[in-house]
Ligand binder design. Structure first.
Ligand code: MN
Length: 710
């Protein structure tokens, strides 16, 4: 375990002006808070944050990052709170520790590695400050180093797989080459120990055979450079077992078939020397075509720069040579972090310049070698990442609602959703989701989407599915309604109805099939009478007589058996309850076939009906389907209320006592003595509404109550 003074020494080594008191305070605080907690290894828990801090001193990170590393598990694993950290170490460090804690919680929440891509993006989106991510990577590195202490094999494998899928690519992404190699190797040991052992054994064998060769190549390359006036340090490096295995799998090749197990590195003093050395090597050895890459002119997105080339070496075998300066080498090994200047620009409360530099690099165009997708922190600001209760990650655009989430899970879930729980609490479907929300969709098999959802969705997928559903169900309803209307018209004319008879005339109405014609009738694009007359031409003469399919005064001639029964209608699309008269079950009603809308239901005494007097063919006798299960309808009341304290409360109490729900309430007029209100109440039928009106009239503060008309 690193001692307190050692840690301070390390930081002072690269940052002489470091705030030592701050480091010491954090060290002591973390030690005290973790107390007697133990790691799986049996070590005191406190050794973990210290080792994590130690890893970050290797990257020469600023004191805030080192302090964050020391404190990184205090909020999650001890009694410490964010407020404690803020108070003792300042809000800057509090924010960083909080960020790491959030990532830790996400990590605990889900064990899905198949969504690695999403997780990597999520991590970047959540790491608003890159230092949060660096601490998390160091945390994972130490956990991997001590992975073998965990007893459950299953848990070890899961952590190793997650490391390979998520953390190693993230480390590469931010240029932490050494960390990436270590994470990969540790995970490789856990997941495929035998494969790794055999690759290592094979490499050792090949290596022992070629040790002499390698030494010779190193010596010869150095000599050639020196002869041409370039001072260089040449080294030969065996590629990592994991990268070799990866390549074997990618190329379906055996170890022997891989040409460049060895990479030679020539490190020189200056940029000019890099290109000069390249020229020297190309002049002395035969170039392997297609292997030259200039990552100095075009650095990789993570800041890596070097010249790569492939040549036939001194012994006529293919070798890879990398040429770079000392500085490029350090960046390649330790990431851009190694060259940040901590003091620069950090004084005015803005992001230090080095942070901006790194962000710039992350944002820069991806190089051809970059196996990760082009990512940058800002890129995910317009996305939110939410979890299903099982921990699956769903990525949605910012502004997405629970409905979008439901459709992202499955179309059927979307179609039947009725509500949602966000982080365990019931929320409206229109709730905008936030990063990290856990979303549970509540469904009801009998529920269906409403067109209004289209406006509260942010994803094209949800909108398209809702539109499709609405279109299809509208067609189905128009079809049923059309069949109902036309068969009634046939019955009244004493003609037998069949779809075959319709099929004969559908061409006349521009419909392809009898079914299309029925839909047109239901939607009000064709009248039942016109269709009936086309099928039975002798009825054409009756055009000026009694309307065939409709009754001008449904009230007088209403026959129960000939009326079209209408159901609950709350979500009906082919039949609507008129907004002018708000018919209720029990009211005497009539349907008006309205082009494109289907049938609109009015009460018999509704004034709006006057408009349709000249068009008897639009009228349709309808009746309430009383066998339908009870459903709630909205009745509208005109209320005049005394303007005194408690009068509104009195109104709602009376309505509540009568087991009705106020659906909407609007003040239309007010003066010093009275309010005029429109009150929409959900009631079972007209009797229910009448009861409520009676009760309201009995109240002393209510001046008058009437059903709203027209
Ligand atoms: Mn930790």
């Amino acid at each position: 375990m690193i001692r307190q003074y050692e840690l301070v020494e390390r930081v002072r080594g690269y940052d002489p002006g470091v705030d030592e008191a701050l480091l010491n305070r954090a060290y002591v605080y973390a030690m005290r808070m973790h107390g007697s907690q133990k790691r799986a290894s049996g070590d005191p828990y406190f050794s973990h944050p210290i080792e994590v801090a130690g890893i970050l001193t290797d990257m020469k990170l600023d004191v805030d990052t080192i302090v964050t590393a020391l404190l990184h598990d205090t909020i999650e694993d001890t009694d410490a709170t964010r407020a404690d950290i803020d108070q003792k170490f300042g809000t800057g460090i509090g924010r960083l520790v909080d960020g790491v804690t959030k990532l830790t919680r996400i990590e605990l929440q889900s064990d899905q590695t198949k969504q690695a891509e999403n997780f990597r993006k999520f991590f970047l989106a959540m790491s608003e400050d890159i230092r949060v991510l660096l601490v998390k990577l160091a945390d994972r590195t130490h956990n991997m180093r001590t992975l073998h202490f965990i007893e459950k094999a299953e848990k070890r494998k899961r952590i190793a797989a997650e490391t390979l899928e998520i953390y190693a690519p993230l480390a590469e992404r931010v240029g932490l080459r050494a960390i990436k190699d270590e994470l990969e190797d540790l995970a490789f040991i856990e997941l495929h120990r035998e494969v790794r052992d055999s690759i290592c054994a094979r490499l050792d064998y090949l290596g022992s055979e070629e040790t002499e060769t390698v030494e010779q190549i190193i010596e010869e390359l150095g000599r050639v450079c020196a002869k041409n006036g370039v001072a260089s340090a040449v080294s030969g490096r065996r590629k990592s077992p994991y990268s070799i295995w990866n390549k074997m799998q990618r190329k379906h090749a055996s170890l022997e078939q891989l040409s460049d197990i060895m990479a030679f590195r020539v490190i020189v003093d200056s940029l000019e020397d890099c290109y000069k050395t390249l020229g020297i090597i190309h002049a002395n050895y035969q170039v392997v075509p297609g292997r030259f890459k200039d990552f100095i002119s075009i650095p990789k997105a993570n800041g890596y720069s070097s010249l790569h080339t492939g040549v036939m070496g001194p012994r006529q075998q293919r070798i890879e040579v990398q040429i770079r300066t000392h500085k490029m080498h350090e960046i390649a090994e330790k990431g851009v972090a190694a060259h940040w200047n901590y003091k620069e620009g950090a004084t005015d409360g803005q992001q230090p310049k080095w942070l901006n530099d790194l962000l710039e690099i992350l944002e820069s165009a991806e190089g051809p070698e970059d196996f990760l997708e082009h990512t940058k922190l800002e890129m995910y600001v317009d996305q939110v990442f939410c979890f299903t209760p099982k921990g699956d990650l769903i990525a949605l655009p910012r502004g997405a609602t629970a409905i979008d989430f439901a459709y992202a899970v499955h179309t059927d879930v979307g179609h039947t959703c009725v509500g949602t729980k966000v982080n365990g609490r019931i929320r409206p479907l229109a709730t905008h989701l936030q990063n990290g929300d856990q979303v549970e969709v509540l469904v009801s098999r009998t529920s269906t989407p409403t067109p209004g959802w289209i406006d509260i969705c942010a994803t094209g997928r949800a909108r398209a599915q809702i539109r499709r559903f609405v279109r299809q169900s509208a067609r189905a309803e128009f079809l049923d309604l059309g069949r109902e209307i036309i068969s009634k018209a046939f019955r009244q004319a004493d003609e037998s109805f069949s779809e075959d008879r319709l099929a004969e005339v559908c061409g006349q109405f521009g419909a392809e099939t009898a079914e299309d014609l029925l839909v047109d009738i239901g939607a009000g694009h064709q009248t039942a009478r016109a269709v009936l007359q086309a099928v039975v031409p002798r009825l054409a003469g009756a055009a000026n007589g009694e309307p065939v399919a409709a009754l001008t005064d449904a009230g007088k001639t209403r026959k129960k058996q000939s009326a079209v029964p209408i159901n609950g209608l709350t979500s009906g699309m082919a039949m609507h309850l008129a907004g002018c008269c708000h018919p209720l079950p029990g009211d005497r009603i009539v349907g008006i076939v309205t082009t494109g809308k289907g049938v609109v239901i009015h009460t018999i005494d509704c004034e709006t009906l006057e408009i349709y007097h000249g068009e008897p063919e639009r009228w349709l006798d309808v009746s309430w389907n009383t066998e339908e299960e009870e459903s709630q309808q909205v009745g509208r009341l005109d209320v005049v209320l005394a303007n005194e304290p408690g009068s509104l409360a009195n109104l709602s109490t009376v309505i509540g006592h009568n087991k009705a729900n106020i659906f909407n309430l609007k003040i239309t007029h007010r003066n010093p003595d009275f309010f005029n209100l429109i009150v929409d109440v959900e009631v079972e039928d007209v009797r229910h509404l009448t009861t409520i009106i009676g009760a309201l009239r009995a109240s002393p503060v209510i001046t008058s109550v009437d059903r709203a008309r027209g």
